[in-house]
Design a protein around this ligand. Structure first.
Ligand code: HGY
Ligand code: MN
Ligand code: MN
Length: 426
C-alpha cells in the first residue's frame, strides 16, 4: 500500500467508534428481543422493518443515500470522489433465526454502517463510492431457502422462483415481499443486480476456533458447500386404538426409518460432514391418531464438492428404500451451493489490514453459509470473522465483546479503504 493510502486506511480505522457500534447493536437487539438476550426478528416482518428504519436513520445521519431493490435488499450509499467508479460493497443480513442471537448477520450491517459514520467523522475521502447492503432473508428460517435476496441480486435464481414458498403460517413469500415493499414505498428504488468492485462481509465466526486459538480476526478463505432438502412422507391417518399394526400407513414410523437410514448414509469418521434435521412436523399431530403426513428438512454440508454431491445425490434413494411402498414420498431440493474459495487478492487485503492494525489473525474456512458466496459469483469477495464466545450461535447465548466487534470493524474499514482507492492496492 502506498503511504497516503495506508494513512487513509488507518485514519478511517481509527475513526471507528466501539461505543457507538455497541450501542447501535444493543438498540437493535431490543427489536424482537426474546428471553436470554436472544432475538427473534425474522425476514419481511414488522420487526424487520422497524430495525431497518433505525439503520436508515443512522445512515442518513452519516450522509448516506438510501434505496431498496425489488428483493427488498436495503442499500446505503456514500459517494466517493469518483461517482462513476464501481462501488466497494460491504454488508450482511438483518434477519435472525427464531431463537437467534444479537450478532449473527446484524453485526455485518452495523459494521458497514459504522464505516460510513467513521467516513463522516474522519473526513477521509475515498475514490470509489462505498455501499452497505442488508440482504433479504439470509437465514431461510421463515422462508426456505436462505440467501433469497443475494440469490436474486446475483442472478443465481430469479426472484419470482420464491413467490409461492410459504412460511409456517402459510404466508406466501410473494405476498410478504409485496407488503414489505409497500410499507417502504417512501424509499427510493434501485434496480436489482450490480457489479461492485469488491465485497467484504464482516460476520461473527459462529464457531470456537478464534477464541480457542486466541486470535482477534478470522481471515475467511472460503465457504463449505450446502444442500437443503425437504422430505414429505404421506401415509393415512387412522384411529390409534382400532387400527391393526399390520395395515397401518404410519407416516411417522416411516420417517423414523428414513432418518435412521440417512444417519447411516451420512456417517463420516473424519467428522467433516454436517448433517442436520432441524425441523420435523407431524400431521394431524394428535396422540390418538396415526400420523398421516410428516415433513422434515435436511441441511447437508461439506467442504469437498465431490463428497457433497455424492452424499446429497444419495438422499432420495436412501429415503425411498427406507420408507418402502406403503407410504408416499416427495423430496424437493431447495438449495445447492457448492463450496467456494474467496478471491485471493481480497483475502490478502484482509490480511494486510489485520497486520497493519497489529491484530492476531488466522486463515480459516466458513462452516456457515453467507450471502458472500452469492456475491462472489459477480465480484471479488471475502469475509472477516470476529470471535464467538464458546462458538455458540443460532442461540440466544450468542456473544461477542464490544472490543472484539470493533477490531473486526477496524479491519473492515482498512480493507474497504484499500479497495476504494485502487491506487494503493499496488
Ligand atoms: O445456516 C447458515 O449457515 C447461516 O448461518 N444462515
Ligand atoms: Mn449469518
Ligand atoms: Mn445464521
Amino acid at each position: 500500500m502506498r503511504s497516503d493510502g495506508m494513512d487513509q486506511a488507518r485514519a478511517l480505522a481509527d475513526a471507528v467508534d466501539e461505543g457507538r457500534q455497541w450501542d447501535r447493536l444493543m438498540t437493535l437487539a431490543r427489536i424482537g428481543a426474546i428471553p436470554g438476550n436472544g432475538v427473534n426478528r425474522q425476514a419481511l416482518t414488522a420487526l424487520d422493518r422497524e430495525a431497518r428504519r433505525l439503520i436508515i436513520g443512522w445512515a442518513e445521519d452519516a450522509g448516506a443515500q438510501i434505496s431498496v431493490d425489488a428483493a427488498a435488499n436495503l442499500w446505503l450509499r456514500k459517494e466517493g470522489t469518483d461517482p462513476a467508479a464501481a462501488a466497494v460493497l460491504t454488508g450482511s443480513h438483518m434477519d435472525s433465526q427464531p431463537e437467534g442471537g444479537r450478532f449473527d448477520g446484524i453485526y455485518g450491517v452495523v459494521a458497514g454502517l459504522e464505516v460510513l459514520s467513521a467516513l463522516q467523522d474522519s473526513g477521509v475521502r475515498l475514490r470509489r463510492p462505498l455501499e452497505v447492503v442488508a440482504w433479504t432473508n439470509e437465514e431461510g428460517s421463515r422462508f426456505a431457502p436462505g440467501c433469497m435476496g443475494s440469490m436474486a441480486w446475483s442472478g443465481y435464481r430469479p426472484l419470482a422462483d420464491f413467490d409461492e414458498i410459504a412460511d409456517p403460517q402459510g404466508v406466501r413469500f410473494g405476498d410478504a415481499l409485496s407488503e414489505h415493499l409497500a410499507a417502504e414505498a417512501d424509499l427510493p428504488r434501485r434496480p436489482l443486480g450490480g457489479r461492485p468492485h469488491a465485497y467484504i462481509e464482516a460476520h461473527i465466526e459462529q464457531g470456537p476456533r478464534l477464541e480457542l486459538e486466541g486470535a482477534h480476526i478470522g481471515v475467511v478463505t472460503g465457504i463449505q458447500g450446502s444442500r437443503w432438502f425437504t422430505v414429505t412422507i404421506t401415509g393415512a391417518s387412522a384411529h390409534a386404538g382400532t387400527t391393526p399394526m399390520a395395515v397401518r400407513r404410519d407416516a411417522l414410523q416411516a420417517a423414523v426409518r428414513a432418518i435412521q437410514a440417512l444417519n447411516d448414509l451420512m456417517a463420516d469418521p473424519l467428522d467433516r460432514l454436517r448433517f442436520t434435521i432441524g425441523s420435523l412436523t407431524v400431521e394431524p399431530g394428535s396422540s390418538n391418531s396415526i400420523a398421516g403426513r410428516v415433513r422434515f428438512t435436511i441441511d447437508l454440508r461439506h467442504p469437498d464438492a465431490a463428497f457433497l454431491a455424492a452424499r446429497g445425490d444419495a438422499v432420495e434413494g436412501t429415503v425411498r428404500s427406507a420408507v418402502g411402498q406403503a407410504e408416499d414420498v416427495a423430496i424437493t431440493e431447495s438449495f445447492n451451493a457448492p463450496p467456494l474459495e474467496f478471491d485471493h487478492a481480497v483475502v490478502a487485503g484482509v490480511v494486510a489490514a489485520a497486520e497493519a492494525l497489529s491484530l492476531r489473525w488466522i486463515a480459516m474456512p466458513s462452516g456457515a453459509f453467507h450471502d458472500a458466496q452469492l456475491v462472489a459469483r459477480v465480484a471479488p469477495s471475502g469475509m472477516i470473522f470476529v470471535p464467538s464466545h464458546d462458538g455458540v450461535s443460532h442461540n440466544p447465548a450468542e456473544f461477542t465483546t464490544g472490543p472484539q466487534l470493533a477490531a473486526g470493524t477496524r479491519v473492515l474499514a482498512a480493507a474497504l479503504a484499500a479497495h476504494a482507492d485502487t491506487t494503493i492496492l499496488s
